[in-house]
Design a protein around this ligand. Structure first.
Ligand SMILES: [Zn+2]
Length: 267
């Protein structure tokens, strides 16, 4: 299996005794523009502590580089640094905000958070677990139905991104692998497609650290991936135009080593 590495979204940076600024730079999509920006950072003694690089979807497909800078030893104020960066060849737009807090910077220049060109919401695990536990405490087995119905509501839509329309034209193996990659990148869990029957079609999906079940590891006698069951059933129906049933046959919540869902057409 491919080694998976954690990914951080830059939302806050803390280091005792240091001073930080948040930055956002749009530049032409070329390594030389990036090199000029980095050499200014080097020249001014500022250090990129955390950040992200991506290609903007605006008409000029600008390269975006942003995150947090350590400006403790900067040889200039942020205004001067901004001016110098703006004057560079191939740099379109620069924004730099010095953090008003000592030792800490919190994101002040980004909204909304975008994933796959769509606005998105992120829950940290502690928040998510609180939500899920409360749901099960208050509604007991009805919580399973709520999660299942919620999952159905999130089925793959045909009317969204071009990348989704593209994926819909692919074979089932490629489609499932794209689904697996997306679900992993979005933090739903670590997944392995262990069996696919192209004729039926059917699938056996193994899930490690699945977001619905992990909070209940070894604490119940029933499976907990109800959202995923609903999501898979409804998505398979979208893809293949008939009814499917998804059953979680193994689950960490009831003491199994991993979760496993089997998706099959309803006879
Ligand atoms: Zn499970």
């Amino acid at each position: 299996m491919q080694k998976l590495r954690p990914r951080r979204i830059p939302v806050l940076f803390f280091e005792q005794g240091r001073k930080f600024a948040e930055f956002y730079i749009e530049m032409e999509p070329s390594p030389s523009a990036m090199e000029r920006v980095l050499s200014v950072f080097e020249q001014y003694g500022v250090d990129v502590k955390e950040g992200a690089i991506y290609t903007s979807t605006n008409p000029r497909s600008a390269r975006v580089f942003g995150g947090f800078l350590d400006i403790t030893d900067s040889r200039a104020g942020v205004e001067e640094l901004k001016e110098v960066l703006e004057s560079l060849e191939g740099v379109y737009e620069v924004d730099i905000l010095a953090s008003p807090f000592p030792s800490l910077a919190v994101c002040a220049m980004h909204y909304p958070l975008m994933v796959l060109n769509e606005e998105c919401v992120v829950f940290r695990r502690s928040t998510w677990e609180g939500l899920l536990r409360r749901l099960h405490e208050k509604f007991s087995s009805a919580a399973n139905i709520i999660m299942y119905q919620a999952g159905i509501g999130t089925a793959l839509r045909k009317d969204i991104a071009p990348s989704t329309r593209y994926a819909l034209g692919l074979g089932i193996d490629q489609h499932l692998n794209i689904f697996r990659g997306l679900a992993q990148a979005l933090g739903w869990g670590r997944y392995e497609i262990v069996e696919v029957d192209h004729k039926k079609p059917s699938m056996r999906l193994r899930m490690y650290q699945h977001f619905e079940c992990e909070p209940f590891r070894g604490t119940t006698n029933e499976p907990r991936a109800h959202f995923m069951r609903g999501h898979l059933e409804a998505s398979f129906k979208r893809l293949f135009g008939k009814e499917f049933r998804a059953k979680e046959v193994l689950c960490v919540a009831k003491g199994d080593p991993y979760c496993e869902i089997v998706v099959e057409p309803l006879q």
